[in-house]
Each structure stands twice: as structure tokens, then as C-alpha cells.
Design a protein. Structure first.
Length: 125
């Protein structure tokens, strides 16, 4: 997985919680799922979304209490999931090569990779 713009989770929270901050010109976080074995594992991505949100609440807001579920679901809905078409491995042991290749391509030119994704954006809610 690649998480783009993770720092913008604060702006998503600000927008959702109506704090009066106008953050209309930001790129919300995106989770890009690049798995050469399981094409689109939504459950895995949902766990990562929830982790990002809970870690933000814990670290930035110093909140450890039970969250407002409606607020959390709204923030989750703004974090997009992308499942691009990637080469599929035909065995259970080549995943390391695929991970390194995907990481190298992204790190060399993230804007190019992001612009070329054949996006299949899904929302869990």
C-alpha cells in the first residue's frame, strides 16, 4: 500500500467537524492498494483507514476516548481507496519482487505514477 497525503487527515477532520476552516483546496489522503496476489482487498484497506484516523486522534488531538462513530465514518468516506490494475503473480513466493518494483516506480516519480493510475475508486460507505 501507498498512502498519499497522509498529513492531510487533519484537514479532513477540520472539514468534517465544521471548525470554520476553509480547506477546500487540498488533496485528501488516498490509499493505493498494489497487491500482486489479491487484487482488491477492501477489508485490509479499511483497517488502514481506521488506523490512520485513530492514530491522528491519539497523537494530534490527544484523544483516547470512544470516538463519535458518525464523525469517523464521514472521515473514512473521504479517504479514497484506489485499486489499480497491476501485474498478478502466478505463485505465492514472488511478492517481494513485486513490492520492491512498485515501491521503486513510485519513489522515482510519484506524480507520474499517480497520473497514470487506472483508478478504481471505491467507498466503503
Amino acid at each position: 500500500m501507498i498512502i498519499s497525503n497522509p498529513g492531510n487527515i487533519k484537514k479532513v477532520f477540520d472539514d468534517v467537524s465544521c471548525r470554520g476552516i476553509n480547506n477546500k483546496h487540498y488533496e485528501p489522503p488516498k490509499i493505493i492498494f498494489l497487491d500482486s496476489f489479491f487484487r482488491d482487498n477492501e477489508n485490509c484497506v479499511k483497517v488502514v483507514k481506521r488506523f490512520l484516523i485513530m492514530e491522528y486522534r491519539r497523537k494530534e488531538l490527544n484523544m483516547y476516548n470512544v470516538p463519535n462513530i458518525a464523525l469517523i465514518k464521514e472521515v473514512e468516506s473521504r479517504i479514497k481507496m484506489i485499486f489499480p490494475k497491476v501485474p498478478i503473480q502466478n505463485n505465492t513466493y514472488d511478492c517481494g519482487i513485486y513490492v520492491l518494483t512498485f515501491a521503486e516506480l513510485f519513489l522515482k516519480n510519484p506524480k507520474f505514477v499517480m497520473s497514470r493510475l487506472n483508478e478504481k475508486v471505491k467507498s466503503l460507505y
